[in-house]
Ligand binder design. Structure first.
Ligand code: SF4
Ligand code: SF4
Ligand code: FES
Length: 239
């Protein structure tokens, strides 16, 4: 027990395609003072113990693995770093919008990862191998700050209207952020090819700078800025 009792209501999207004709919301009343943790995920884990049929994903419990992205009172976020004290007494929980639902709060991330794979999220260097490692100056390394920390939670792409309309075509904010990470990477030799591959209408140019992605990113990253920088780099390259 920890402190004064506070009964909250968690209204959770439920859908099991094997038994349900259509989705519905199930309300769970829960006294959050009865658990040690202070985060939304702590409650969800307690609810799952009570009701093992409740489907959700989680792993690290501390904002690192990116597996518990969900829509919390209308805004995407990670349950494990969402503090109960910052939530109202009634909380509406839904799966990430725009993604196919597998069950309850669990969505199919395959399309999202397919978009991520498309941008070749790894270092490419066709120069002969140096004797030791490929070095980078501290200044060049600093250019990667704000770009490499993405945990692939998909909160951004799931909040992006351009992604909702074209999830099979638009790379989306997460993929484009990582793409820019490798475009500014001084040890990567494929910058021109990377930029060339983003020139179609569904890559860098499908972003409408609505900035939903920036508002929801639990790591405080800025995909919109990265996308704008991709476009500026394209312009510079074409001069
Ligand atoms: S800024 Fe671009 S990528 Fe981000 S949510 Fe808006 S359209 Fe999507
Ligand atoms: S950019 Fe932010 S919101 Fe998008 S996948 Fe990465 S960590 Fe999640
Ligand atoms: S459980 Fe890993 S990020 Fe939330």
């Amino acid at each position: 027990m920890s402190g004064k009792s506070r009964v909250m209501t968690f209204s959770i999207y439920r859908f099991n395609p094997e038994v349900d004709q259509k989705p519905y919301f199930q309300d769970y009343d829960f006294d959050v003072s009865t658990i040690k943790g202070k985060m939304l995920l702590n409650v969800l884990e307690a609810l799952k113990e009570q009701d093992p049929s409740l489907g959700l994903r989680r792993s690290c419990g501390e904002g690192v693995c990116g597996s518990d992205g969900m829509n919390i009172n209308g805004s995407n976020g990670l349950a494990c770093i969402t503090q109960l004290k910052n939530l109202p007494d009634r909380v509406l929980l839904q799966p990430l919008p725009g993604f196919p639902v597998i069950r309850d709060l669990i969505v199919d991330m395959e399309q999202f990862f397919a978009q991520y794979r498309k941008i070749k999220p790894y270092l490419q260097n066709n120069d002969p191998l140096p004797e030791k490692e490929r070095l980078q100056s501290p200044e060049d390394r600093a250019k990667l700050d704000g770009l490499y920390e993405c945990i692939l939670c998909a909160c951004c792409s799931s909040a992006c209207p351009s992604y909702w309309w074209n999830p099979d075509k638009f790379v989306g904010p997460a993929g484009l952020l990582t793409s820019y990470r490798f475009i500014v990477e001084t040890r990567d030799t494929e910058t021109t090819e990377r930029l060339e591959e983003l020139k179609d209408p569904y890559s860098a140019f499908r972003c409408r700078s609505i900035m939903n992605c920036v508002q929801v990113c639990p790591k405080g990253l800025n995909p919109t800025k990265a996308i704008q920088k991709i476009r500026t780099t394209m312009l510079k390259e074409s001069r």
